[in-house]
Design a protein around this ligand. Structure first.
Ligand SMILES: [Zn+2]
Ligand SMILES: [Zn+2]
Length: 294
């Protein structure tokens, strides 16, 4: 498509007019094509960038229904297929999923040697592929629109875990105020923010979930945990957490607390938090995360 040269010395009027007309037609054509494309491919996958069609009535049945439906607006079908739910056989204590898919649940070596402070930890999916990417986009890419579907994925996992669904207080793992100012939000809180509404709507036993946003505070900024071993993480986290205003006046006393975070890696963060909550009088602490490393 030849655009008229702006510095043409002697413009041929008829030629210029027809060239403008062609440009107009081309622009109109491109606009129509873009609108059609947008109708068929409403978005690009946040993970791989590929345009894809949304979930429609003719979409094939998903491999993992919950994840597929919840993340269908954000991730393409190929990326969604990388989701692997955490499933038995696993360690009933720390939730470690065993690589061998045969046999029943049993305690892992680490939980036998040194039982954690929390009673049980579970996660919605394995920390890999599109789930890992979605968590990174939420935390570091500012894609806070992912907090709702990931929070719902976590809420559905919470309802499916019988023992955890009995929790009467949901506590998000806090960020240090400096990190909070940098990021602008605490992703763990965003994940549970709508749980009270969802639990009222679900209404199975009429119980509503209570979120205690400030039951814990992070006293000092810890260096990022990535790349640290288990022992270094424990040192890094020593005395990092303390009871917050929502734990004052014995408000944690005798409560069954569910601690929520985005990722469980070594478990050092939730272990430190669970210890503080138990010291503050919690009857039991369970842990739920969106993802878990293998
Ligand atoms: Zn994709
Ligand atoms: Zn274990």
């Amino acid at each position: 498509m030849a655009a008229p040269a702006v510095d043409r010395p002697e413009p041929v009027v008829a030629g210029e007019n027809s060239s403008r007309a062609v440009n107009r037609v081309v622009r109109a054509g491109a606009w129509v094509a873009n609108r059609l494309l947008a109708a068929v491919f409403p978005g690009r996958c946040l993970s791989c960038g590929v345009p894809y069609a949304g979930i429609g009535p003719n979409s094939p049945p998903p491999a993992a229904a919950g994840f597929d439906l919840l993340l269908g607006r954000f991730l393409c079908p190929a990326c969604r297929r990388s989701f692997r739910p955490v499933a038995s056989p696993l360690c009933p204590r720390c939730g470690l999923m065993f690589t061998s898919r045969v046999g029943g649940d049993h305690l892992c070596g680490r939980c036998i040697r040194r039982p954690p402070a929390f009673t049980a930890a579970r996660a919605a999916g394995v920390y890999e592929g599109a789930l890992m990417q979605a968590i990174h986009l939420l935390k570091y890419g500012g894609k806070i629109q992912l907090a709702r579907p990931l929070g719902r994925l976590l809420f559905d996992t919470f309802r499916d875990c019988g023992a955890m669904a009995a929790a009467d207080l949901v506590v998000p793992v806090p960020l240090h105020r400096r990190r909070f100012r940098e990021r602008g939000f605490n992703q763990a809180y965003l994940l549970v923010r709508e749980w009270p509404n969802w639990s009222r709507l679900a209404g199975a036993d009429g119980r509503s979930v209570t979120v205690a946003r400030k039951a814990l505070v992070r006293r000092r900024p810890t260096v990022p945990q990535t790349g640290l071993g288990r022992r270094q993480r424990q040192i890094n986290l020593k005395n990092a957490f303390a009871p917050g205003p929502d734990a004052a006046g014995g408000r944690i006393l005798g409560r069954r607390v569910l601690l929520v975070d985005d990722v469980f890696t070594t478990g050092a963060t939730v272990e430190a938090c669970a210890t503080v909550l138990l010291d503050a009088g919690a009857q039991v602490v369970t842990v739920l995360t969106v993802a878990r490393t293998l």
